[in-house]
Unconditional design. Structure first.
Length: 341
């Protein structure tokens, strides 16, 4: 009997627990309403219409820049647009221009002719050498254009600056009528001065070109800068500092920086001048500024001519090709001011 009551009681307990579990399972829980996020509608900013290509007598022009000037991109065309004419097809400018473009003209190179006006014209128009412009010395207000700016002129020859070579491909050349230099019995060169009125022409012309093509100061150069072992033009009489001061053209050093480097340079030259490591340091600095020079660690002929070219441009009071404390200070000040980017 006791065993029977035990079994009945156990069965009742199990049934009771099971019922409670079922109640828990079936307890109603109100559902939390799910709010669906509304889709975000993106409003597109309407693209500004491109300026139209202008046609004149069947020739197309586009003189507006719609690209990003901070990236040195520029879509303006200075002159007519040159287009293909494939047989049987029509080239259209429906989507012209693409914003990803810039100018071929990245350098401006200055020369002298070492000839009088009439012979300069003959040589630069009838022989295998040319320039985009020739600045005469006849006292008028004319500047002769000899080559289209969009085409290569044959003025630079074998040349280099920083990482670029064969600068005919990427430059505009300006020849200036000037008789160059004479050499005395000791081999010292004496250079002819430039006429003030002629230099006003040069300055106006250079300013126009560098502004239109966004040519940086580091790329306004002498022929002797880009070919120092071969060329001397436009020589130490060319007024680079005047162009820098009055027209903001080209490179020039800051006097305060030069003085800071000069104090240290005097010590370097008194102690280290003939050390190969010091020569190598100077060659490296010349190369860093832009000159094409092999790093030999010696005061060799190529280094002497490169120093001479550097002095023509930046220290015209003394252009003997010997690196001294002042030239070394100027070189360091220039590299500080115009670092390679």
């Amino acid at each position: 009997m006791r065993k029977t009551l035990y079994i009945i009681g156990l069965s009742t307990f199990v049934f009771s627990c099971t019922s409670q579990q079922n109640v828990k399972k079936n307890t109603y829980k109100p559902k939390t309403p799910i709010t669906q996020a509304k889709p975000v509608v993106k409003t597109q900013t309407p693209e500004a219409p491109k300026p139209k290509v202008v046609s004149d007598h069947g020739v197309d022009f586009f003189t507006t820049n719609i690209a990003d000037p901070t990236k040195n991109d520029n879509t303006a065309s200075y002159g007519s647009i040159v287009s293909a004419k494939p047989a049987g097809y029509k080239v259209v400018k429906t989507y012209f221009p693409a914003v990803a473009q810039n100018f071929r003209q990245r350098y401006l190179i200055l020369h002298y002719t070492a000839l009088p006006d009439d012979k300069s014209i003959t040589v630069l128009t009838q022989q295998a050498v040319s320039a985009h412009y020739l600045v005469n010395n006849t006292g008028d207000n004319e500047i002769y254009q000899l080559v289209d700016e969009n085409k290569r002129a044959y003025h630079a020859g074998v040349s280099s600056w920083r990482n670029d070579k064969n600068l005919n491909d990427t430059s505009i050349g300006i020849e200036i009528v000037n008789m160059g230099y004479t050499t005395d019995a000791a081999g010292k060169r004496t250079f002819a001065p430039f006429n003030d009125d002629q230099m006003k022409k040069v300055s106006a012309l250079v300013k126009d070109i560098v502004t239109r093509y966004q040519i940086p100061p580091t790329n306004v150069l002498a022929h002797s800068d880009i070919a120092p072992t071969r060329k001397q033009d436009p020589g130490p009489m060319f007024p680079w500092k005047k162009l820098y001061d009055e027209y903001q053209i080209g490179m020039w050093y800051d006097d305060a920086a030069k003085q800071t480097f000069f104090d240290q340079a005097q010590t370097d030259f008194a102690v280290r001048y003939n050390e190969p490591s010091f020569v190598f340091l100077i060659q490296t600095a010349l190369q860093k500024l832009g000159y094409g020079l092999d790093l030999s660690g010696k005061w060799d002929d190529a280094t002497k001519k490169t120093i001479e070219a550097f002095q023509y441009h930046f220290r015209p009071q003394n252009y003997d090709g010997i690196m001294d404390a002042e030239s070394w200070a100027i070189l360091q000040a220039l590299n500080q001011k115009y670092p390679v980017k």
